[in-house]
Design a protein around this ligand. Sequence first.
Ligand code: FPP
Length: 245
Amino acid sequence: MTSRPAIPRHIAIVMDGNGRWAKLRHRPRSFGHNAGRKAVREVVEGCLREGVEALTLFAFSSENWKRPEEEVGALMALFVRALDKETEELHAQGVRLRFVGDLTAFDEPLRERMQAAMAHTAGNRRLQLSVAVNYGGRWDIVQAARQAAAAVARGALRPEAIDEAMLGQRMCLAELPPLDLFIRTGGECRLSNFLLWQAAYAELHFTDTLWPDFDQACLHRAIEDYGRRERRYGRTGEQIASDKG
Ligand code: FPP
């Protein structure tokens, strides 16, 4: 087990602060979300440059449906525009795009666009970009438990065989490297129901920078901060040191 890896293999980001960024400029919240899209591009470029293997972004939580109808509509329109405009560029850069979350809540045309973008980029290996939409960490745990329960009900699984590894394989992002670094912009220090299971041993990095201002330099600082952490996975610092010696 490595104790001080310099580059996280998998980064997840709660992209918070679009609304406040727009408010500071006396503009509607949708203006902030649009600016947030440019920051997504920046961070994808940054991950490609730094050699990060997987990037997972929280674009729309299962709780975000509670926002004013106008904002939800603007966000959906933004996702469609982003999909239409960015997929080809991502593909050219060797990025594999995935959408994770309960996609059944989205209308058919948007779902089809998501499926098409996933299929189109499925062969890419340079960066695994997952966009969490209508996602919640508790939902993820429930859907994994439900799959296990269904397997038990049809006699394909013994209840004693349900363990962490088995449930983990049924969780979103199971095919990716474990989550190393969890970043949240916008000054709040909470997980907000993002990747609860996957973040168990992730290093947390909170920054006051509002998401539209988060650029490659900010990403680099977060990666440097990560490089200074000692990851102990429940062991002592002495045990880690003796492994290295
Ligand atoms: C949180 O900021 C941000 C969101 C709910 C939306 C995130 C969406 C984007 C960054 C748009 C681009 C994304 C993709 C994948 C194309 P907030 O609105 O809660 O900000 P506030 O806390 O300042 O109000």
